[in-house]
Design a protein around this ligand. Structure first.
Ligand SMILES: O=C(O)CCC(=O)C(=O)O
Length: 243
């Protein structure tokens, strides 16, 4: 099966982010969305085959004050470590959405080359060693994700996950969002960058099948969904902290 649409669309490059237009075809987008199950099915699957995963409320991890108390930098840390939910609560001021976690190999095989190409051609050339668990995200009407950064790449941000060798001791360096549908209103993906004291907000006119890659320290958001449901696949690529 071919996952990719033929490479007619040329990527848009800046050294702040890198987008590939319409590179994941419709059937593959649907296949990714269909990986997620609602709670009843997740529980059934748990009873039958021991697996336990379903759409659940996304949480924004500890707020800056709590992280400071822990001596951590205020980046977003994983809400799940090895599929286990930590004791975090959803913060509805920062984010309303649902998430489903997956580590299907075919999904990594599909997206890895885009990360590699963006990393090279945007000139970041970060050392990337693995991908964290993939987050499938569902934003229903009223959902959003305020401006945030996924990570800072510093030594305070390293994952401390002895049970997960892929991310343990590593940091998020590149983030990726794969846009899985576009039959909704609102839900724009936007970056914030800074020129002197001016904040410049750049909306990315994303369509189904687009892939957006950016350094995890870039500020970004998803504006509120005003109609329909938005789906995305979000992956963080990790490596050693910056020196
Ligand atoms: O849904 C998206 O496209 C991006 C979500 C996001 O920013 C995140 O999960 O960190």
């Amino acid at each position: 099966m071919s996952y990719l649409v033929s490479g007619t669309a040329s990527p848009s490059v800046s050294n702040e982010w890198y987008t590939f237009d319409r590179v994941i075809n419709k059937d593959t987008c649907k296949k990714i969305i269909n990986l997620a199950q609602d709670e009843a099915w997740g529980l059934l699957a748990k009873a039958r085959i021991g697996q336990f995963s379903y759409w659940e409320d996304a949480v924004v991890l500890k707020n800056e004050k709590e992280l400071e108390e822990d001596g951590k930098s205020p980046s977003l840390f994983l809400s799940h470590v090895d599929g286990k939910k930590k004791n975090y609560k959803p913060n509805h001021k920062e984010r309303i959405s649902e998430v489903f976690w997956t580590s299907e190999q075919w999904v990594y095989d599909l997206i890895w080359p885009f990360m590699m190409r963006a990393n090279e051609e945007a000139g970041w050339r970060y050392i990337i060693e693995a991908g964290a668990e993939c987050q499938l995200t569902r934003y229903r009407e009223g959902s959003f994700f305020n401006f945030h950064r996924d990570g800072f790449g510093d030594h305070l941000s390293v994952y401390d996950t002895p049970n997960n060798e892929f991310i343990n001791g590593r940091v998020r360096k590149l983030s990726m969002s794969v846009i899985l549908n576009d039959d909704f209103e609102g839900g724009n993906f936007e970056f914030a960058s800074y020129n002197k004291e001016k904040c410049i907000i750049t909306p990315i006119k994303a369509k189904r099948g687009d892939v957006i890659v950016f350094p995890s320290a870039m500020e970004h958001r998803v504006t509120p969904i005003t109609k329909g449901t938005r789906y995305s696949l979000v992956v963080w690529f990790v490596g050693p902290p910056f020196k």
